[in-house]
Design a protein around this ligand. Structure first.
Ligand code: APR
Length: 308
């Protein structure tokens, strides 16, 4: 039987993710939104592209949670994106209301689903979704690090004039501005980038990556990034649906790992059929540890604001 993926929020990120899932025939897709007509229209358009993609999955748009019933995976992209000069944190309260409502509905209609949270501020929203659904923390994951890593890989590939495919990196900490890069674990086909680039150059690429989301927001004027976020999401979905056990940086619940307790934060995890199958712990330098601690306390402050 084909798997079922429900995407909550038929906006830019949600619709792009639905498209990629359908195009790659990964699963049947249900696209849900509160706005009438939008999910139906976009789903119909995607369904009509399926013959051209040689894909036979079903794609349905809806305003009813009943259609999402018993999904294997649910992706939460519902909420509001950033506007220029707005931080992800400005979105906190507006998006918390949305994520609470969505998570409550999912818990009832898809009690066995694995949930990926994209809505920003993502680390906090992942914790909120976990609390609201009361699912095992293995089954609630935040998408952020994989996108930050992809942005850094892009900038490095331009700087080094090599394929981004051959660049590997891992980032820790909160999504976006709070990310903790790990240049010593960033390689071109296994060769550390510190062999090729001066610290100053690496720092400037890291700086651009931290502000990668804001750079796009300021260019678009309205709305935020969605092609790369959707692509990042689909790598996570695929690793879970096909039990690939790939390692990605994702926001996962930490209960002692990396010295952090009761918090969702970006760390390397193995994604498989169970969701987060394990958190991969690596030994950090003093400086990296300090950066991660700072990132954690920023996320914790927001969690406190929401009284999660
Ligand atoms: N239930 C379902 N859908 C909702 C709800 C709700 N309670 N509230 C809002 N939505 C829908 C909107 O109708 C809209 O179609 O969520 C969609 C959001 O789409 P966009 O505004 O295009 O935002 P998008 O760019 O997709 O970003 C979504 O992901 O990357 C993050 O910061 C970003 O938090 C934002 C989220």
């Amino acid at each position: 039987m084909r798997k079922k993926v429900s995407v909550i929020g038929a906006g830019n990120v949600g619709a792009s993710a639905a498209q990629l899932v359908a195009q790659a025939s990964l699963a049947d897709v249900v696209l849900f939104d509160i706005a009438g007509g939008i999910p139906q229209g976009k789903a119909l358009d995607i369904a009509e592209a399926c013959p051209l993609w040689n894909s036979s999955v079903s794609v349905k748009g809806t305003n009813s949670y009943a259609d999402t019933k018993d999904s294997d995976m649910v992706v939460i992209t519902a909420g509001f994106p950033r506007k220029p000069n707005m931080s992800r944190d400005d979105l906190l309260h507006a998006n918390a209301d949305v994520v609470k409502a969505v998570s409550g509905a999912i818990a009832k209609t898809s009690p066995n689903a694995i949930v990926i949270v994209v809505t920003n501020p993502m680390d906090v929203m992942a914790q909120l979704a976990w609390k609201t659904t009361e699912f095992s923390c293995k089954r609630v994951i935040g998408m952020g690090g994989i996108l930050d890593a992809a942005r850094l890989r892009t900038f490095l590939s331009w700087e080094l004039n090599v394929s981004p495919e051959d660049i590997e990196t891992i980032v820790l900490g909160g999504h976006g501005d709070q990310m903790v890069p790990l240049p010593r674990f960033t390689t071109v086909k296994g060769i550390a980038i510190t062999e090729f680039l001066k610290k100053k150059t690496i720092d400037s690429l890291v700086h651009r990556t931290r502000n990668g989301g804001a750079e796009i927001v300021s260019l678009l004027k309205s709305g935020s990034a969605y092609y790369a976020p959707a692509a990042a999401l689909v790598q996570m979905i695929k690793s879970i649906l096909f039990d690939e056990k790939r390692m990605f940086p994702c926001a996962a619940y930490l209960n002692g790992e990396y010295g952090m307790k009761d918090i969702y934060l970006g760390v390397p995890v193995i994604l498989g059929r169970e969701g987060v199958e394990r958190v991969v712990e690596i030994k950090l330098t003093k400086e990296e540890r300090a950066q991660l601690k700072e990132s954690c306390s920023t996320v914790k402050k927001l969690v406190k604001k929401l009284l999660i």
